[in-house]
Design a protein around this ligand. Structure first.
Ligand SMILES: Cc1cc2nc3c(=O)[nH]c(=O)nc-3n(C[C@H](O)[C@H](O)[C@H](O)COP(=O)(O)OP(=O)(O)OC[C@H]3O[C@@H](n4cnc5c(N)ncnc54)[C@H](O)[C@@H]3O)c2cc1C
Ligand SMILES: *[C@@H]1O[C@H](CO)[C@@H](O)[C@H](O)[C@H]1NC(C)=O
Ligand SMILES: *[C@@H]1O[C@H](CO)[C@@H](O)[C@H](O)[C@H]1NC(C)=O
Ligand SMILES: *[C@@H]1O[C@H](CO)[C@@H](O)[C@H](O)[C@H]1NC(C)=O
Ligand SMILES: *[C@@H]1O[C@H](CO)[C@@H](O)[C@H](O)[C@H]1NC(C)=O
Ligand SMILES: *[C@@H]1O[C@H](CO)[C@@H](O)[C@H](O)[C@H]1NC(C)=O
Ligand SMILES: *[C@@H]1O[C@H](CO)[C@@H](O)[C@H](O)[C@H]1NC(C)=O
Ligand SMILES: *[C@@H]1O[C@H](CO)[C@@H](O)[C@H](O)[C@H]1NC(C)=O
Length: 567
């Protein structure tokens, strides 16, 4: 009993700050020995250290949550001043910010439907200059056990940038108040370092806005970078969430579009994951490990990205169908026919078309039926025309009730405007149904395309029977769809229940709880259901191996603190 207590306290000491704590730990175990503990001074100290290590690295290929002690972060009562003083030596005053509005702005965005608690705010925002600078800052955060959240566009919506370890309020019974530092790349680390049109790659810093990279730099060269999220999302965050978006059907997700990264590990070590060739069969794929890691393993400070050739000729076509099933069937047939040149296939359900039509944000009116929007491209106009003919012909055999394609840039713009209007149109329609204070919750799941229409139909039926309203937009080529659930105040529990049920439905149909938005804090329990506890325990093993103090974006993707009692 006493021994157990001793060991527990031992872990905590081993976790506290820097060299100072070593002395403290020795003094501390000495006093325990004096109080009649079982182990001698030197033996006791040694034993404490090695046991703390064993606790983090149990002799097993996995780490269960209850195998590890709670993390110990910087204790604001004792070490905050020391930490701040040392930080001020490596970061200029003008590169730190802690005004309430900035802290607020780095915690929530207007699309975050998973809002953090009001007190979940970071303590300080720091604007690093370069990789070396990030390394210096991380060395200090590591020394003082300060939680760090890397921040790029801030558009992630599953609670990825929530400061869970907020100042003054311990989150669980074993955790003391601490502070969280945000590393923001938007002031200095937002440069495009090199673009190579012949090798089709480019080197960028994490704060580069993907849309700017495309519009300002690549478009004039006839090139494109595929993955697209929110209009303001940036490369660092796109790596964090393995972003995909409308182009992923043709060009892949971030997982297929990052060649190598430079990363700063939790203790400040700088690594480069690989060299420049697109292929390499050497060793573990550390590039891949960082993609989708949501800032929990290290800080990406530079990335080499794959580029694609932008189709010289492109058009948009729109097809409406009697049922969702007809629409998804059409997509499968199209794919099976091997028709090339389809670069995006977006599905908007009848509810969504109704909302768009209702809100009048677009210049034209729409059929209120299940609709596919297709982006079709080619290097050759004649081939593009043939492809359109093929698709139109196919539509005649697939219960398609209307088919048209844009014949000018203006018409393309007009057709694609439906896709752009989805969010605000849905909200407009929600206000019409539920009043000005309508609430919206958007979730993202993916299933095999063959099961997509069933999953959407069942979901909408459940929504409707619960007195809610939902609109659907899907990257249907990938079986991925978003449901925007609208409800009025007082109906939150209902909404939550239907959304949970939709996520479980995705899993029942061999799907995933998130196709592209990631896990953050809001889908941890679903990821565990999806992959099983052993897979999560192996991920936790990796996390603890690379970040034993658990300072990198704590509490995201899966739990690493046995005292964390949130879902
Ligand atoms: C309106 C809207 C539409 C969206 N549409 C799509 C869509 O179509 N497809 C899609 O995939 N997503 C979409 N998203 C989600 C979001 O845009 C993506 O998840 C995007 O990749 C987030 O990028 P960001 O730069 O904003 O990341 P942030 O929110 O800044 O960060 C995301 C995660 O990455 C980590 N991170 C950030 N920078 C670094 C770094 N340098 N090193 C290590 N970790 C880092 C963060 O800690 C966090 O965990 C949408 C969001 C909104 C609001
Ligand atoms: C967020 O929404 C609020 C209220 O609707 C608005 O005032 C603000 O400008 C919006 N912020 C951004 C960044 O769009
Ligand atoms: C490694 O992972 C990256 C990112 O997921 C991927 O693009 C690449 O193809 C993988 N393999 C190699 C050999 O780099
Ligand atoms: C990727 O490899 C190239 C070639 O070695 C190198 O110039 C570049 O710096 C690397 N990128 C990163 C992010 O390490
Ligand atoms: C298309 O939608 C309209 C409006 O909801 C509906 O009346 C019509 O029956 C639908 N068309 C078909 C073929 O299902
Ligand atoms: C689209 O909306 C307009 C105006 O709100 C309406 O007149 C029209 O009937 C709607 N179209 C369909 C197919 O319902
Ligand atoms: C249209 O499709 C049918 C079968 O679905 C096929 O027999 C016919 O050749 C196609 N026509 C053209 C012009 O491709
Ligand atoms: C998914 O669709 C396939 C093909 O239609 C079907 O065989 C399978 O049973 C479906 N899965 C579930 C869970 O219903």
């Amino acid at each position: 009993m006493l021994r157990k207590k001793f060991l527990e306290l031992g872990y905590r000491r081993a976790y506290s700050v820097g060299r100072q704590s070593v002395t403290k730990r020795i003094l501390w175990s000495t006093s325990l020995v004096a109080a009649g503990a079982l182990i001698g001074i030197t033996g006791g100290t040694y034993y404490t250290v090695s046991t703390a290590r064993e606790a983090l690295f149990p002799f097993s290929s996995k780490t269960n949550l209850n195998d590890v002690p709670a993390p110990t972060y910087l204790d604001t009562r004792f070490h905050l001043n020391d930490f701040t003083r040392e930080l001020q030596k490596v970061v200029n005053k003008e590169d730190m910010c802690s005004t309430p509005s900035e802290l607020e702005g780095h915690s929530v965005n207007n699309y975050t439907l998973h809002k953090p608690d009001p007190e979940q705010r970071p303590y300080l925002i720091v604007y690093p200059h370069d990789t070396e600078h990030v390394s210096q800052i991380m060395q200090l955060c590591h020394k003082y056990s300060v939680p760090v959240i890397p921040y790029s566009g801030g558009s992630s919506i599953e609670g990825q940038i929530t400061a869970t370890r907020h100042q003054g309020l311990p989150m669980g019974s074993c955790t003391e108040p601490t502070v969280t530092l945000v590393l923001d790349f938007n002031k200095y680390m937002n440069n495009i370092i090199r673009v190579d049109a012949n090798d089709l790659d480019c080197v960028v810093q994490p704060g580069v806005v993907a849309k700017d990279l495309n519009d300002l730099v690549l478009e004039p060269l006839g090139l494109l970078f595929g993955p697209d999220g929110a209009p303001n999302c940036e490369i660092g965050g796109q790596i964090g969430t393995s972003c995909s978006g409308t182009n992923a059907f043709r060009y892949g997700t971030m997982k297929e579009n990052v060649v190598n990264v430079t990363a700063v590990m939790a203790d400040g070590t700088i690594i480069k994951t690989k060299n420049r060739p697109k292929k390499s069969s050497n060793g573990y794929n550390l590039t891949g490990l960082f993609i989708g890691s949501e800032g929990t393993l290290g800080v990406v400070t530079e990335a080499t990205l794959k580029l694609h050739v932008k189709p010289k000729f492109e058009t948009i076509s729109i097809a409406s169908f009697k049922t969702l099933q007809d629409a998804t069937q059409f997509v499968q047939t199209l794919t099976r026919q091997g028709i090339l040149g389809v670069n995006a296939i977006e599905l908007l359900d009848a509810n969504m078309m109704k909302a768009i039509n209702f809100s009048g944000q677009t210049t034209r009116k729409w059929n209120e039926n299940a609709t596919l929007l297709l982006k079709i491209g080619s290097h050759n106009h004649a081939i593009l025309d043939e492809t359109i003919k093929d698709i139109e012909n196919l539509s005649q055999t697939q219960n398609c009730i209307a088919f048209e394609y844009a014949k000018s840039a203006l018409e393309q713009e007009e057709l694609w405007s439906a896709r752009k209007a989805i969010f605000w149109s849905s909200i407009d329609y929600g206000r019409h149904l539920f009043g000005q204070n309508v609430k919206v919750w958007s979730t993202d799941i993916a299933v095999p395309v063959s099961n997509l229409s069933t999953v959407i139909d069942e979901t909408l039926a459940e929504l409707t029977s619960s007195g809610l309203y939902g609109t659907i937009v899907g990257h249907v080529g990938d079986g991925n769809f978003h449901c925007l659930v609208m409800y009025n105040e007082g109906n939150e529990d209902n909404a939550m229940q239907v959304i949970d049920s939709m996520t479980l439905r995705a899993l029942r149909y061999d799907g995933t709880c998130s196709g592209e938005h990631g896990i953050g804090t809001s889908k941890r329990k679903f990821l565990e259901l999806e992959l099983g506890p052993n897979t999560i325990a192996v991920m936790r093993k990796l996390k603890l191996a690379l970040d034993p103090k658990r300072i990198m974006n704590p509490d995201k993707i899966f739990k690493t603190d046995p005292c964390d009692d949130r879902p």
